[in-house]
Ligand binder design. Structure first.
Ligand code: ADP
Ligand code: MG
Ligand code: MG
Length: 956
């Protein structure tokens, strides 16, 4: 008895004797026509569970009267590697992005909801990783499943791959779980060869058939065999010149046939051959897509975008539909809303009589999508209906690729569309108004990166530069950018490394340019539409981009460009207005952004969800005011020493203090500093009325306050300032010099050695607080001792602060509530948290120093090796940007737990750079910290990150 499944299992896997190293055991075999019996005889299976070519099967070999009866029940394949889809039926769905890639998962979903999608199948991302781990081999069982998928596709579409009467052509497409636009290669029109093209001509016309064939020869050679695309371009140009035509689609059949012959010759000239068997083509193309995952440009993109932890790309093999079948066919891309502004209008472009790559490559200039309503009204109506359905289904703006074949619309791709910060906020707000999404969903639709974009500068006065406008291109990605002109990606990267803002100027960008685009402030291109490579990538990153600037002539050799009759050289400043498309010569002044309108509304929703407070690091009343305007709920860190740098008088007093040899002279210098500090603190208390203000006592090593330059000059300057001799100054400087100042005489070590420093600072803070309170301000000073490693250090400082407070309150005849707490930034302090919390009233993790000291990486020297560590995968993130969850995070977690056990309700926060970084904020939220504190400009980002972390945590 043979089960039906058996046939499926063995169909494509011939077994040969000895191939499994198993000798034939059955002596007599009844040769049925069945392949299974044959396999059993050849491979010598006995009864029981078997593995045939990695598939689990069960065979039963019954010997009776010299005959063998075989019953074999095939178990389902151990790993499903291929997922079929066709309209109304699909093995996968949108939730399977990790398995099928974004493209594959969404194609499956569109099929499921009944949209018209050409049938096909998707090979899993896991296969990509298997492919690479086996040294570039497509596993046999995957190939088998691909053949099954192909059979289903052929059946669904009613055509056969390689068939001369009724040929099926395929596209082979890539797609990882996270979209990487233009990063990987697509092969279209697969399945053609010299015979099939004849059949296709009969069915669909010669012109079309040969046009498709020449496209396939070019793409297959380029993508699969690595033959430079230019070689085909040259041949095409030659034929066009010979025929006297301008555009590709003006070539007649004879011309196209000549192109085909010339293209085939390119293969020969390159010493390879074009595989004639469509199955070989399919296998090679799928392998090429897997290979493209490891290409340099894909790797660079993943590095720039910080994409890690993916298995690889999926491969989708799909029936071709043809936009190049004449004037009733076409292809296009669109967004369901304007991705730049967020406005609810259909946005995109299309080309008549073209295949998809023509739109993206910017070879012909596409038509705006609205015109499709006139040229192909029925297809346009279907597109609009599908878009509405998809927006509702996905509850998000969609980025769509489609092809119209002879008037019929086919959906080729959909995904949540990339958008600018302004677009994201407007869409979120409007979708709530439309009732499409609820507020929690809307809050998750805007990324912290989007908010970041909106917090970037704008032009101060858009009317000021009218006379300097050289020309106008397409406003492909909004914002304002100012920088020097760079003509190559590598020049842009050099500018960035040198700290010079630059604008990358290219004829058009390609995926090879992404490194330079990331380094540049903005991008300007001569060619390409609103959906060109430059536009898509720039929008994704919130970089200002002006594309398709007609009249822009780029001369790479001369390192100049000419626009509007003016020639600009590399290194000269230009400005770009991404909202209008204007290109301006010179540096247009920028101003900081504001939170109002849609952004204001959106941010007001955000705060309803978060439990983590967001404070700011600010050192001046002005910064404190900015922080408050951005929604900060207090100051988490005042670096009190920064006040000394703002003004000659202040720094002079500080230098006198450093140079002081006796307590008396030191105290005298400190008394000069006191009024400055008090005034600043008072201003900050006012700005933060009602909120806590955390002041850190003096922290950095003293040498930071000395002037830069030649030692003799410094000595002379210091001598003049303090009245000491140069020799005395030299002695003092020698006494203060340190081998490793960051691990040296700084933090509380200074104020324990010179208690009068802590005394003066405590006085300045508390006098300011009393004064502010007298003026009606609600004050909440938190005084923070830096860099302790032992409880005794803390207690020493605490005693000074409390004694000073008692004095100040007595003098003022009033008091203010205050707390004394500490930074936790030395690993020992984290370890001793329980003990320290008995005295300290709050903890603030100084995650910059804590990271430095936990890793033993000098914060100031990491530039030398961190990029290499990231590249080599030794570190996943720079731990000074994203908190190291496993190591430093463990200290934070432990210290918080132990500290709160010792002192219930202990206030715990973070004031390092990571406090405003979204992944880190999520971690701090998980650890139930009370607050994060970050720079005033990052406050809105941290607010959103904290809200999203809370929404995510609630969902889990
Ligand atoms: P990318 O990931 O770079 O967008 P795609 O796989 O979407 O690559 O393919 C690029 C273009 O090729 C698409 O925009 C589409 O126009 C065209 N294309 C892909 N598959 C098909 C198909 N089955 N039929 C017709 N055109 C296709
Ligand atoms: Mg696409
Ligand atoms: Mg520190």
């Amino acid at each position: 008895m043979l089960s039906a499944q058996l046939n499926t299992v063995f169909k494509h896997t011939p077994c040969t004797t000895g191939s499994k190293g198993v000798p034939a055991r059955a002596t007599v075999v009844r040769r049925t026509k069945s392949y299974a019996a044959y396999a059993v005889r050849k491979c010598g299976f006995s009864s029981g569970a078997q593995t045939v070519n990695n598939k689990k099967c069960r065979t039963r070999v019954i010997r009776s009267s010299g005959r063998v009866k075989v019953s074999c029940i095939a178990a389902p394949p151990a790993v499903k590697s291929v997922y079929f889809f066709s309209k109304g039926r699909s093995d996968g769905d949108a939730s399977m992005k990790q398995v099928l890639g974004g493209k594959g998962a969404n194609l499956a979903e569109m099929c499921k909801i009944g949209l018209s999608v050409p049938p096909g199948f998707t090979i899993t991302t896991e296969t990509c990783s298997k492919y690479h781990s086996s040294g570039g081999q497509l596993p046999d069982e995957v190939w088998e499943q691909m053949l099954e998928g192909l059979a289903l596709t052929e059946e669904a579409f009613g055509a056969k791959l390689g068939d001369q009467e009724n040929p099926l052509l395929l596209s082979v497409r890539s797609g990882a779980a996270i979209s990487m636009p233009g990063m990987m290669d697509t092969v279209l029109n697969l399945g053609l060869n010299d015979e099939v093209v004849v059949g296709l001509s009969k069915k669909s016309g010669e012109r079309f058939a040969y046009d498709s064939y020449r496209r396939f020869l070019d793409m297959f050679g380029d993508v699969v065999l690595g033959i430079p695309h230019e070689l085909y371009e040259q041949q095409l140009e030659a034929v066009k010149v010979a025929k006297g035509v301008q555009d590709d689609n003006e070539l007649d059949v004879e011309g196209l046939k000549e192109v085909v012959e010339a293209y085939k010759q390119v293969y020969v000239d390159q010493g390879t051959s074009f595989p004639l068997d469509p199955l070989d083509q399919m296998k090679a193309a799928a392998s090429a897509v897997f290979n493209s995952w490891e290409s340099d440009r894909a790797k660079v993109y993943r590095e720039v975008e910080g994409i890690t932890g993916l298995l690889g790309t999926a491969v989708t093999v799909q029936t071709m539909v043809f936009g190049n079948m004449g004037e009733t066919s076409g292809t296009g891309v669109c967004f369901t809303r304007d991705p730049s502004t967020g406005e609810k209008i259909l946005y995109g472009e299309y080309l008549i009589n073209a295949q998809g790559e023509d739109v993206v490559a910017g070879i012909r200039t596409p038509e705006p999508i609205a015109r499709l309503a006139e040229t192909l009204p029925e297809a346009f109506a279907s597109l609009c209906a599908n878009n509405a359905l998809l927006e509702e289904h996905y509850q998000d703006m969609q980025d769509i690729e489609f092809t119209v074949q002879d008037g019929t619309l086919y959906m080729l791709q959909c995904r949540s569309g990339k958008r600018t910060g302004a677009g994201a906020v407007r869409m979120a707000v409007e979708m709530v108004d439309e009732g499409l999404v609820d507020i929690p969903k809307a809050v998750t639709m805007v990324t912290p990166g989007h908010i970041d974009q909106l917090l970037h500068p704008q032009f101060e006065d858009e009317s000021s530069y009218a006379d300097s406008v050289l020309g106008t291109g397409l406003p492909a990605s909004p914002g304002a950018a100012v920088g020097v002109v760079a003509f190559s990606a590598s020049d842009a990267e050099e500018c960035k490394a040198a700290g010079i803002p630059c604008i990358l100027v290219r004829v058009e960008t390609s995926p090879e340019d992404v490194g330079g685009m990331s380094a540049a402030e903005g991008v300007l291109t001569a060619r390409g539409g609103m959906t060109s490579h430059a536009a898509v990538v720039a929008r994704g990153w919130g970089k200002t981009c002006v594309s398709g600037c007609a009249g822009l002539q780029v001369n790479d050799a001369e390192q100049t460009f000419t626009l509007g009759g003016i020639t600009v050289r590399a290194g000269e400043y230009i400005s770009l207005n991404g909202n209008t498309g204007e290109v301006i010569v010179g540096k247009v002044p920028l101003i900081p952004p504001t939170i109002s309108g849609d952004l204001g509304k959106f941010m007001s929703w955000v705060d309803d969800f978060r439990t983590l407070k967001v404070l700011a690091n600010a050192d001046t009343p002005e910064d404190a005011a900015v922080a408050r305007a951005n929604g900060a709920e207090g100051i988490g860190l005042i670096r009190s020493e920064h006040m000394f740098f703002s003004g000659e008088e202040r720094i002079a007093a500080m230098r006198k203090m450093i140079m002081a040899n006796t307590t008396e002279t030191r105290k005298a210098a400190l008394m000069e500093i006191l009024p400055f500090q008090r005034d600043d603190f008072e201003g900050i208390f006012q700005a933060m009325d009602g909120f806590p203000v955390t002041v850190r006592l003096l922290d950095p090593p003293l040498h930071e306050f000395l002037p830069d330059g030649d030692l003799d000059e410094i000595a002379a300057e210091m001598a003049a300032l303090t009245g000491a001799t140069e020799d005395e100054v030299m002695d003092r400087m020698e006494a203060l010099s340190e081998v490793n100042p960051m691990l040296g005489f700084r933090g509380c070590r200074l104020a324990i050695t010179y208690p009068e420093i802590a005394e003066m600072q405590a006085r300045a803070i508390l006098e300011a607080a009393c004064n502010a309170q007298a003026a009606g301000v609600v004050v909440q000073p938190d005084i923070m001792v830096p860099l302790i490693g032992t409880l005794q250090e803390f207690k020493h400082q605490e005693k000074i602060v409390r004694a000073t407070a008692a004095q100040v309150f007595a003098e003022k005849g009033t008091s203010v509530p205050y707390r004394v707490g500490t930074m936790i930034e030395i690993p020992r302090a984290a370890l001793m948290a329980a003990q320290i919390a008995e005295s300290a009233e709050f903890f603030s993790f100084g995650t910059n120093d804590l990271t430095q000291m936990t890793f033993g990486y000098s914060r100031d020297d990491v530039g030398k090796f961190i990029p290499i560590y990231l590249h080599e995968g030794i570190l996943k993130h720079d731990p000074f940007e994203v908190i190291d969850f496993d190591g430093v995070g463990q200290l934070i977690s432990m210290a918080t737990k132990n500290g709160r056990a010792a002192r219930p309700g202990l206030k715990v926060g973070v004031c390092g750079e990571q406090g405003g970084e979204p992944l880190s904020v999520e971690f701090f939220n998980r650890e139930k910290l009370d607050y994060v504190s970050c720079s005033p400009f990052r406050v809105p980002i941290a607010r959103l990150a904290a809200a999203q972390a809370a929404i995510k945590a609630a969902g889990q």
